[in-house]
Design a protein around this ligand. Structure first.
Ligand SMILES: [Zn+2]
Length: 200
């Protein structure tokens, strides 16, 4: 069983303030069989370092960084972990070069799931946590702005809009499929939530 910790809860402030658009993605730590994997390091360096410190970790302790997609609010800090393999769905990279992603890289407790729509190359991770729940670390398959109400019934979840997404119909299709398989979702921006399987 993997231990999953949300290091930073992602947010999006759609209101422009002095032309600065405020956002950062949800940053998640997955600890599994000696590996320490960061899902989406985000862009706020001081918040990330502070959160690592709280977990008694240094940047050197992180063994892997997995990127859901190449939007900068998710991947700006990918290079700050000197010993980590930076992983996409296809390759992993470190200072020596790159290799092919095979299931062994992240280990058998972590499944990479293709979740296209926000971008065609968008991936989530499916992980069993210590409470034996199936947790989807979703990236921007779901995200909410800070002033938006987070409705988590089936219908609202499937139909949630995505202003910055490329193909909402594709997103809806993959949401509908994946929602049946998971217990908990950690979205790209917003609060983690449980799926209520009794409705539908
Ligand atoms: Zn995002």
């Amino acid at each position: 069983m993997a231990k999953i910790s949300v290091l930073i809860e992602g947010y999006v402030n759609l209101k422009e303030k002095n032309e600065i658009f405020e956002h950062n993605c949800t940053v998640v730590l997955i600890e599994t069989k000696g590996k320490k994997i960061i899902f989406d390091p985000g862009l706020d360096r001081s918040a990330l370092l502070k959160s690592l410190e709280k977990h008694e970790l240094k940047v050197e302790d992180i063994t892997h960084v997995f990127l859901s997609h190449n939007h900068i609010d998710h991947c700006l800090l990918m290079g700050i972990f000197p010993k980590a393999k930076v992983c996409t769905s296809v390759h992993f990279y470190n200072s020596n070069g790159y290799g092919k992603m095979i299931p062994e890289v992240l280990g058998d407790e972590v499944e990479i799931v293709h979740t296209p729509g926000h971008l065609q190359n968008h991936y989530s991770l499916l992980v069993n946590n210590e409470e034996k729940q199936k947790v989807l670390i979703a990236g921007d398959l779901w995200w909410w702005a800070i002033n938006e109400e987070q409705k988590v019934d089936y219908k609202s979840l499937i139909n949630k809009d995505d202003y910055f997404g490329k193909d909402l119909n594709q997103t809806k299709k993959i949401r509908e499929k994946i929602i049946k398989k998971v217990d908990v979702v950690i979205p790209g921006h917003g609060k983690s939530f449980k799926i209520n399987h009794k409705e539908k």
